[in-house]
Ligand binder design. Structure first.
Ligand code: ZN
Ligand code: ZN
Length: 338
């Protein structure tokens, strides 16, 4: 906007112009235009560079908070949710300021659906995941006498890196399985039926998928709670930006390791085959190492006819083939009327 305004403004008059320039008004005007355009380009370049640095800057901020924040906050379980919520709210605000694609602009319906899934994830999905996965895993660990106290004695950043890797490596394989085996694809497909990308879209999906993707072996490792929360918030920063409609393209020191909107929008491309790359939610390095990385960017996202699914359709999606089969069977067994 600023740039546009500056371009439309009258060119500034250069009072120090040479006599030669003064004697040739057309040269003077074109020189003034050129310098104004150059200043605009410089200002635009600096602004873009700063926006591009936002994802790594937010990761640094998250790490500093969990390393040096007030103890009362660090020890409070709610801090994980508060920081997570602030990350989402901040990236949402960035969508308004630095929009990437007009076609992805958030409307009330999209916002309400996305918010529903954020709340579902923070409540039901988290509860089910703790009860059905985390607690049984801890019980098995205890009964087998497995101790991993060494993990808590590692340097803070090493603990954070361990958690990030464990969660991401598990998610990578689960996600890859979902793109390679129909029963699992049916649970994941609703996430691919979203027709635009936004900050909260990472939460949108069938509840079965949301549960499956939440599974991890982190409970087996006795890392300190602040390191665990720090890692979860870092993954939150990366995956929120990787789904967001924000014109931020972080430099290679970030995008070599972490998933960006370019990588993930390509994963959301229309067409099933096109989606089979860039599986890592946050750690794109895993795709690079395991040969599933693809370079590029997607703008048109969705599946099939790019029909947007309602929440009800998203919930029902994996069961549609079974429901259809039952209906067909019933129809065959029913005696013909008349
Ligand atoms: Zn996928
Ligand atoms: Zn996604």
């Amino acid at each position: 906007m600023d740039q546009q305004r500056a371009c439309n403004a009258d060119p500034p008059v250069d009072m120090t112009s040479t006599a030669e320039a003064r004697s040739n008004p057309s040269h003077q005007a074109s020189d003034a235009y050129a310098s104004a355009a150059s200043r605009d380009r410089t200002a635009g370049g600096i602004k873009k560079a700063l926006v591009d640095l936002l994802p790594p800057a937010m990761i640094v901020a998250v790490v500093l908070f969990w390393m040096f924040g007030p103890q009362a906050w660090i020890k409070n379980d709610w801090s994980l949710i508060v920081v997570g919520g602030l990350i989402t709210a901040f990236v949402l605000a960035l969508e308004g300021l630095f929009e990437r694609h007009v076609g992805w602009r958030l409307n009330k319906k999209e916002f309400a659906t996305d918010l529903f899934y954020v709340l579902l994830s923070y409540t039901v999905i988290t509860w089910v995941s703790v009860k059905l996965a985390e607690e049984p895993l801890r019980a098995v660990k205890k009964s087998l006498g497995i101790t991993t106290e060494w993990a808590a004695h590692m340097p803070f950043l090493a603990q954070v890196a361990l958690v990030v890797f464990l969660i991401e490596f598990g998610q990578y394989w689960m996600h890859r399985l979902m793109h390679n085996w129909t029963p699992f694809w049916l649970t994941h497909a609703p996430h691919h039926h979203i027709t635009q990308l936004n900050a909260m879209k990472g939460y949108v999906g069938n509840p079965v998928e949301l549960f499956l993707i939440s599974l991890s072996v982190v409970a087996l490792f006795d890392v300190q709670q602040p390191a665990l929360f720090c890692a979860i918030n870092i993954l939150g920063v990366v995956s929120t930006f990787a789904h967001a409609n924000v014109r931020s393209d972080p430099p290679l020191f970030y995008s070599f390791f972490f998933t960006t909107i370019r990588h993930h929008s390509l994963h959301h491309s229309v067409g099933y085959e096109e989606t089979r790359c860039n599986y890592a939610n946050s750690l794109i390095l895993i795709d690079r190492v395991l040969g599933t990385y693809r370079e590029g960017e997607g703008i048109l996202v969705g599946q099939d006819e790019r029909k947007r699914l309602t929440i009800w359709e998203q919930f029902l999606f994996p069961f549609v083939p079974i429901i259809a089969a039952i209906k067909t069977k019933r129809r065959k067994t029913q005696p013909a009327a008349g």
